[in-house]
Unconditional design. Structure first.
Lengths: 216, 550
């Protein structure tokens, strides 16, 4: 019985890793599309987002089945319940990556020539997502902590992008639509960073039993 | 084992106790019954004398406890009973002992009384008057006997149990201790029990066999590790579920794994989707391969299923570097495209001009101009084909060209002189300085190097600029330096200018002329002489090319 349960938990773990890899792929692809202004690449992200959504449903189903059939306690319960929460955040990451790609498709913008901090911000966000998945894969609380800390960097980039855009808009002849698109993209990156933080916090919860900021 | 020994010892003690108790009880019961009967008949004899002499009065004065005295008339009516009301009692004539007494003068019987739920002993005797006197007593049953003995029996049982406990634990320990202290690493050195000898011998043999097999296995593993560790390709063996069984250092480095990764799921080490797809195919029994970015290079990954007994029992993952191969392929593709393009352009011009002339659309006074253009394009094609031929000859090696001792300065001077008109046309001053330096080499190739370098320096210069050519000796090396004040080469293009047909500024190549093969030829010619080309260039300031012959 326990053996079967362990097998199912392992399968769940593998599915989560695959979903994480899909998310990493989605945000990396949309960033690349954004940097190169590559519309074809941007269109491929929505496909990835669909795959991620499908995975979310699968994993949710698996979790519910496990909860119902095995009635797990203690660590197993934490693993499964945090998996249930994590897939939601992962799905949001996938979705917001697709949103970024959609802006690239619609507005046909390319940020590569821009002096804004969008590229740095994208790289920082990708690092956060990768690290949060890493924390989950390696079951490492230290990496998860680092992800939570790193959120400040991304927030800081968002403020810089915003301020630069404000300055730019105050100049005569500024392209308002372009600026707003960039702001939206920056906001999406910032949100993805927050989701990565959530994932990291759930990793911590599943490992230690207490969430960030709580006394254990 | 201790438990078992203890349990059996206790069991034996209890069993012996119970058996002896039953035996003793059986013997005792018979003895007691006999004694009671004898006692009863002697009592009856006494009572008989009393009744004969005193009659009813004796009986009424008699006070006996435990025994029942009954006097029965010859017709069976009860005359007296010391325990019940004799008037209500039934006729006793049919009783066995009465019948017996009436017939023989003396009778006895043993009966179970349902009313009293006890066994009774009866003794009856016929009196001289024909009546019968009967005495009865309840017999001690087995249970009452046992009840009486219970405390002492219980005490003995308890004592026996305690004794058994102490003895059993002691014995068990003594028996088991040598077993616990068996030295299984050296099984044959144990001599405690002869009974264990076959077992120990067998263990000893198996141990020997095991250690042999282990060392054999270790040797094979060491061999395998040594082979895979020195491999330039990455190799990983996985079981059918994707867990890493073995991984060589190269593969570990490529996949970003550390030493602890053996036994872990490959997915936790590298979660690339491409890799997952590859493994999935291999786990399904399909051989699969893909090219992916790993550790900063392009690697081809091949996953082949390991099939045993008709099912996939593992996956072998092999990864090898295809960075250079891909680059070479790319260069070849570019080269072919470039050659056809470069050859096609002049042909189009020639064909276009010829067509116009053929149809007579050109005024006679313009004819010369068209002819000139056709001639120039044809010349360009000739140059191009010559360059390509030269290059392909260089590609195949320069075995057929003879090496001789040549003066690099004289050779360079010839090249510079032949380019002087071009320099004047371009408004560039051309200077040659230096000393006579002798080099062992192929004169044709050396002059091509000098010519092409100077030609480029003039072509990619600005009006009013200068080209300084120096031939000198530095240490043991002979050097040819060409320094211009031209447009320079951007850093990102510097590594590529020696590629065939590579142009820094593609849009203006036609104006400048040239085939795009010049530097490529220089590179090959230098390679044949084991010479090194050093380049220093700043955009807008100029380029310095130094060829160093050892």
């Amino acid at each position: 019985m326990r053996l079967k349960f362990d097998e199912q938990l392992e399968l769940l773990n593998n599915e989560m890793i695959t979903m994480g890899a899909l998310c990493e792929n989605a945000i990396a692809t949309s960033t690349k599309a954004l940097m190169e202004g590559n519309v074809a690449l941007a269109e491929s992200v929505s496909d990835l987002s669909g795959q991620i959504e499908q995975k979310e449903r699968n994993i949710e189903g698996m979790c519910l089945k496990l909860l119902m059939q095995q009635q797990p306690v203690a660590r197993d319960l934490r693993t499964i319940s945090s998996a249930l929460k994590m897939v939601t955040d992962m799905e949001r990451i996938g979705h917001q990556s697709a949103d970024i790609a959609e802006i690239v498709t619609m507005a046909n913008i390319s940020a590569s020539s821009d002096t804004l901090y969008i590229h740095e911000m994208a790289l920082a966000t990708i690092k956060m997502v990768t690290d949060s998945i890493d924390a989950f894969v390696k079951k490492d609380v230290a990496i998860a902590h680092a992800v939570v800390e790193y959120d400040d960097v991304v927030d800081d980039y968002f403020d810089r992008v915003k301020n630069t855009l404000i300055q730019r808009l105050s100049q005569p002849g500024a392209d308002g639509e372009y600026a707003l698109d960039l702001l939206m993209i920056a906001k999406y990156f910032e949100r993805i960073g927050d989701h990565a933080v959530n994932i990291a916090q759930w990793v911590m919860f599943s490992l230690t039993g207490s969430r960030e900021g709580e006394e254990s | 084992m201790i438990k078992r020994i203890f349990r059996s010892t206790c069991l034996v003690a209890v069993a012996v106790l119970v058996a002896s108790l039953i035996l003793v009880m059986g013997v005792q019961y018979e003895y007691f019954a006999h004694a009671q009967q004898t006692q009863l008949s002697s009592q009856l004899d006494l009572a008989k004398q009393g009744v004969i002499h005193e009659g009813m009065g004796y009986l009424e004065d008699l006070s006996v406890s435990g025994s029942r005295v009954t006097w029965i008339a010859a017709d069976g009516t009860v005359l007296y009973d010391n325990q019940s009301d004799w008037d209500d009692m039934e006729n006793h004539l049919e009783r066995e002992e009465i019948q017996e007494a009436l017939a023989l003068g003396h009778g006895s019987s043993r009966r179970y009384s349902p009313t009293m739920m006890e066994q009774f002993l009866y003794e009856a005797v016929r009196l001289p008057d024909g009546s019968v006197l009967r005495l009865s007593t309840s017999q001690h049953s087995l249970v009452t006997l046992l009840m009486g003995m219970l405390p002492s029996v219980g005490l003995v049982l308890l004592l026996a149990l305690i004794l058994a406990l102490v003895l059993a634990s002691h014995t068990a320990k003594r028996v088991v201790e040598p077993l616990n202290q068996l030295d299984l690493d050296h099984p044959l050195s144990n001599v405690q029990y002869d009974e264990l000898a076959p077992l120990l011998r067998r263990i000893g043999n198996q141990q020997k066999q095991l250690s042999l097999q282990e060392s054999e296995l270790r040797r094979k593993k060491d061999e395998f590790d040594a082979v895979t560790a020195s491999m330039n390709e990455g190799l990983a063996l996985l079981n059918q579920k994707g867990y890493i069984l073995s991984i060589n250092p190269k593969a570990a480095a490529l996949l970003g794994a550390d030493k602890t990764c053996v036994g872990a799921d490959l997915m936790t080490v590298n979660r690339s989707l491409q890799l997952q797809k590859l493994l999935h195919a291999a786990q399904g029994g399909q051989r699969a391969e893909c090219v992916m970015e790993l550790g900063g290079g392009r690697y081809q990954l091949e996953a082949s299923p390991v099939i045993s007994d008709g099912s996939v029992s593992g996956v072998a993952l092999l990864m090898f570097d295809v960075t250079e191969r891909e680059q070479a392929e790319q260069m070849r593709r570019e080269f072919t495209a470039n050659v056809s393009h470069e050859l096609k352009t002049p042909l189009h011009t020639i064909s276009g001009c010829a067509e116009l002339m053929m149809q007579g659309l050109i005024k006679p006074e313009d004819e010369k101009q068209f002819a000139t253009q056709m001639y120039q394009e044809a010349q360009r094609m000739i140059h191009l084909v010559e360059d390509i031929l030269r290059l392909s000859r260089l590609d195949e090696g320069a075995e057929d060209m003879t090496r001789e001792n040549v003066d690099l300065y004289a050779l360079t001077q010839t090249a510079v002189e032949s380019l002087r008109p071009n320099a004047q046309e371009a408004g560039v001053t051309l200077q040659l300085e230096g000393e006579s330096v002798n080099v062992e080499g192929i004169p044709q190739l050396l002059s091509v190097i000098a010519f092409n370098l100077c030609d480029n320096a003039i072509k990619y210069n600005r009006r009013g600029g200068s080209v300084d050519v120096r031939v000198y000796r530095e240490g043991t090396d002979a050097c040819l330096m060409v320094k211009d004040t031209g447009i320079g080469i951007p850093p990102e293009d510097q590594s590529r200018i020696f590629e065939r047909f590579y142009r820094v500024d593609k849009s203006h190549s036609k104006e400048v002329g040239g085939t795009g093969l010049g530097l490529s030829i220089v590179k090959h010619a230098a390679m044949i002489h084991q010479a090194k080309i050093e380049m220093h260039s700043v955009v807008g300031e100029g380029t310095t090319m130094t060829v160093r012959f050892p």
